[in-house]
Design a protein around this ligand. Structure first.
Ligand SMILES: [Zn+2]
Ligand SMILES: [Zn+2]
Length: 283
């Protein structure tokens, strides 16, 4: 399994790679930008090229871009819809320019609109985004914490996106903290087995490219998005050990989005690597 962390790029790509190397990451996730508006700029090709070369040299692959939180593909506000599509397309273009395999996005919120209507219009936007996708780029939809009008809180709903769009470059990223907050009891082997069985039935495990490994202190089904250190929350060592016991995860990528500074990141990466090594994974 390829395991890495979400890394800040505010000090430049070279510093981000150095940081990922210190954490012994074999994968990495970044934010492409942190826009406060829907304005986009074309990809910075020279910077992305050298980022790609540095990753190759460090053996860090794959890389994922996490899209900005401004994106809401389930909205019915034309301005938000157009802006979200623009940001998504910009990240897909950067991914292609930089040899970045995954673009991970949240789906957003239906707000007060009818869920079915929202689902259909989100599909239309995703379809448009996928039209120009690069041959080595995958768009992965992240599960949400499942609060009220949030889109993508259930495996079933993510599976409906995959099936409705039926595009080979569309996949899913499962965030463990969000899954727990949405009511999936993944703190034990039977719970994890049920979760992955349902993911296989609704999405197909071949479409689950990525995981976000985060623990959480939110109660089961609490619908809040709060990440915590690996093994120190309600999913606990048992939950991550149960995930590590599953051989189907061998070819997947996992990214930690745990809180804190470098010491915390080092500890969390060490913990998750020890759990997966202990279960016979090459990490
Ligand atoms: Zn996310
Ligand atoms: Zn996540």
């Amino acid at each position: 399994m390829r395991i890495g962390a979400h890394v800040r790029v505010s000090a430049g790509y070279a510093a981000a790679i150095d940081y990922a190397k210190r954490l012994k990451c074999s994968a990495i996730q970044i934010f492409s930008s942190n826009p406060r508006s829907y304005r986009t700029s074309p990809p910075n090709r020279p910077a992305l090229e050298s980022f790609k070369a540095a990753r190759r040299e460090a053996g860090i692959d794959p890389c994922a871009i996490h899209t900005p939180y401004l994106i809401n593909l389930a909205s019915d506000d034309p301005k938000i819809m157009a802006g979200s599509l623009g940001l998504l397309k910009a990240d897909l273009a950067s991914a292609e320019a930089g040899g970045i395999r995954y673009v991970n996005t949240h789906l957003g919120s239906y707000g007060k609109r009818d869920r079915n209507e929202g689902f259909v219009s989100a599909c239309r936007l995703l379809e448009e985004a996928l039209e120009g996708i690069g041959p080595d780029v995958y768009l992965v939809l992240e599960n949400s914490a499942g609060a009220g009008s949030l889109c993508g809180g259930t495996l079933e709903e993510l599976g409906r996106f995959i099936k409705s769009l039926d595009h080979p470059h569309l996949g899913v990223c499962l965030d463990t903290a969000h899954a727990w907050a949405a009511g999936y009891e993944i703190n034990s082997q039977p719970g994890v087995d049920r979760f992955l069985y349902e993911a296989a039935e609704t999405i197909g495990l071949d479409r689950v490219h990525m995981f976000h490994f985060n623990d959480t202190e939110v109660p089961l089904g609490g619908n809040r998005d709060r990440h915590h250190h690996i093994g120190e929350g309600n999913i606990g060592f048992e939950g991550f050990r149960a995930l590590a016991m599953r051989p189907e995860l061998r070819d997947k990528t996992a990214i930690l989005e745990t809180p804190g500074e470098e010491a915390d990141d080092l500890r969390n990466m060490e913990t998750i690597r020890a759990i997966f090594k202990g279960a016979g994974h090459a990490v």
